[in-house]
Ligand binder design. Sequence first.
Ligand SMILES: *Cc1c(COP(=O)(O)O)cnc(C)c1O
Length: 386
Amino acid sequence: MTGQNPVFIPGPTNIPERLRRAMNIPTSDHRAPDFVNFMQPLLDDLKKVFNTRTGTVITFPGSGTGGWEASVTNTLSPGDKVLIARFGMFSHKWIDLCQRHNLDVEVIECEWGTGAPAERYAEKLKADTNHEIKAVLVTHNETATGVKSDIAAVRQAMDAASHPAMLYVDCVSSLGSMDFRMDEWGVDLAVSGSQKGFMLSTGLAIVGVSEKAMAACETAKCPRCYFDFRIMSNATATGGYPYTPVLPLMSGLRESLDMLLEEGLENVFARHFRIAEGVRQAVKAWGLKLCAVTPDLYSHTVSAIYVPDGFDSDSLTNHAFDKYQISFGVGLGEMAGKAFRIGHLGSMTVTMALSGIATIEMAMKDLGYPIELGSGVAAAQAYYRG
Ligand SMILES: *Cc1c(COP(=O)(O)O)cnc(C)c1O
């Protein structure tokens, strides 16, 4: 019976009952005078999750990809130079989006499994004495490889070069699950969505915009209409919305913020770390390798795990679904066939994680993987008991 089991994909994530109920609302009128009472506190609480006092949070119907597009088109002009590192499928897709908007994209090619190379960003920025680079783009948590990058180090590289470019961060699979500091890290655009750390259905792009980025809208010439920051922020400032909002999702977002803030963001991050560490202990016990090349890069929301030579990760995830009705993340891009992923973010507990570890372990054993049945579960249990 599918639907009874949790998913172990890194988005969309499991939707807790409390949020399913919150999204089940009757039709209401977004032009009614009480909409402002709903919208303003929602945006204020979102700022707490982004960790910004000076920034603005903007939501659009859409998903993370729409957030990428909004951040680029509102603040840049065709031909503008942007600097971005490619080390996984999501950074790759963001590059593609920039290219299709006719930006001049300088790509720092990195091995998949590594993170944003602050020192290579620094080199490029130092060499750019004419300040042609308008934007520096970084994927905080590369969901394809389970790699977390050091955003503060990239900001430091920019500051060390006294470079005025803006910093754009994809935090779709980290916001609300891992430490994120928009103001402290000097992030100008922070892109997220509703279906990962916020534990909701897909359908909202959620973007943090710094004052500098908002000012850039005045001169940016990329065409935009639906995703216009100024139209949206002016409308919500006066209690409106420029078109019909996704009210069920906004209602869910209200409840999601309540859940995150009730648990406390620090506790949410600690829970994600603990669950992730148990998964990593299991991987070690199986004798398998994570795609993330060093421990400082380990993501606390998703683990990408290489299958042994001669095995196909797609067969494994298919088998887990067919036989046990549980979804795990497939290998994406360069990782296709080579790695599977365990998503462990959002509405996730130690008990749920143990069920996922136990199931993928059975699936691997069924397919003749050289692992000992129970070894991963035992390693995770030992960690979780400690
Ligand atoms: C999920 C995800 C996205 C956006 O995907 P959508 O399907 O458009 O929401 C972007 N970047 C990262 C790192 C992601 O994990």
